[in-house]
Design a protein around this ligand. Sequence first.
Ligand code: SF4
Length: 362
Amino acid sequence: MDKKPSIFSQPLSGMEAWVSARNEPAYRAKQVLQWLYQKRVSRFQEMSDLSERLRGELDRSFRLEPLACVRKTGSRDTTQKFLFALGDGNFIESVLIPASPALYGSPSDRKTICVSTQVGCAYGCKFCASGLDGWTRNLDVGEIVEQILRVEALSGEKINNIVFMGMGEPLANYQNVLQAVEIIRAPWGVGIGARHITVSTSGLAPRIRELADQPIQIRLAISLHGATDEVRQKIMPVNRKYNLATLIDACAYYTEKKRQRITFEYILIENVNDGLDQAAELARIAQKLKAKINLIPYNTVHDFSWKRPSQTRQQYFFRALERNGVDATIRREKGHDIDAACGQLRLQTLRDKSFAGSSNLR
Ligand code: SF4
């Protein structure tokens, strides 16, 4: 793997320091960033208003290899999933989700990308394919930012909404995610405002508090999936470390500091967490925090035996929340036919012995 840092890891201040160390004026830093984020070049040689010497220096200092797309799936409803090979041979996934009435905000023109933050995951949530083979490594800042640029290039779509909800626990790669957010928000960078960026966590309570103290207004979503410790523990092993009381306290701190509503994600799994007793507890928690609830009917993962509840059971659960005055939605399905749940494409690929990079799309 190329050991040079990715050019997409560089904030404006980093680029300015880099050009100044080479006795170049500070405005050169903005020129470089314009080539990357506005003109979207893929080679330093294309930066035609920089001197040959500076382009050579850039090439010796930074990596500008685009992420290699080795598989792409698209469903009838236009959800598209991209499998990228990293420089060290690991795989990550990004998902492009078209406008959806229940996915963070207005239904109008949302083009959402679900971004990965780690290779694999240590948290082992029982519904998720990403954690099945454990954690391998954190993504660096450039690998996070570049997913957005590559998906835009490959799909021809302009992304305007980011969710850190792909492979990995974003708050376990805290510093790199925060630095990536800085580049994503910046006018000289990707240029997507903080209110269109959501970090979704399995519930790392201390990190939620740290995030609350950051001076940025990004949105927070919590994978709850159980409204009592007993039920949540069956689905989310992290609940043993940070139980519901601890998590809810951290969420209350976040809500208070940010003056912002958080979202609870709740995957409905038949006879596991879809009983009306859970709905009543969930309503109590949501009311306490004035949180929104996003219900997600379970998406079949081949290695697991759980089932999606019937439409009738889903509706009972939803109505129970509504009766308690909770702002809840059931996510309209996107991409169920291409296994849109995180980690599934990578897992399928790793286990598919016949796959040997034959469908390299770059
Ligand atoms: S849901 Fe998120 S935190 Fe849980 S195992 Fe999957 S990637 Fe990790």
